[in-house]
Design a protein around this ligand. Structure first.
Ligand SMILES: [Cu+2]
Length: 162
């Protein structure tokens, strides 16, 4: 019965193969994380202090070039600040988003703009605005954030002059 606990040579070989595969996978993960700078989508990890973010970031609309806007939005229970924005002849809009309290989700209904909004971080997402649309887009919070979550919505007005 002395061979009962003995490890066969083949078992050792396969254990080594498995260990090598695990090492390769971990190395691939580490490579993706540190060498290629893999990050959570949309989080360019600009850090802000949630307590002073309203003064620091100055929420609102900035036209950086004709048709190109930068919109800074701050989420809080239970609204977006500002809750309504108007964009004239927009082509591309860069949203900068953060929260002063809990995790929110920023979504523009009917588009592919959808990003999680964390307190302490500025998430960035760029929206190429459909050029055939004029009117109102609904922006909502799609991450349950508390008792008034369903009231957390706002509007983006698209105005066309040409
Ligand atoms: Cu919310």
């Amino acid at each position: 019965m002395s061979h009962g606990s003995a490890i066969h040579k083949e078992e050792k070989v396969w254990a080594a193969v498995v260990a090598a595969m695990v090492a390769v996978f971990l190395a691939a993960l580490a490579y993706a994380a540190w060498v290629t700078g893999l990050q959570v989508p949309g989080s360019d990890v600009e850090l802000v202090n949630p307590k002073t973010v309203l003064q620091e970031l100055k929420p609102g609309v900035r036209e950086v070039a004709p048709g190109r806007y930068e919109v800074t939005l701050v989420g809080r229970m239970f609204s977006w600040i500002p809750a309504e924005i108007t964009l004239k002849d927009p082509v591309e809009v860069k949203f900068r988003l953060t929260s002063i309290d809990v995790i929110h989700g920023f979504q523009i209904v009917g588009t592919n703009v959808n990003v999680m909004v964390f307190p302490g971080y500025v998430a960035e997402i760029t929206w190429r605005v459909p050029q055939n649309y004029e009117g109102r887009y609904l922006m909502v919070c799609n991450e349950y954030c508390g008792i008034g979550h369903q009231n957390m919505y706002g509007a983006i007005n698209i105005v066309r002059t040409k």
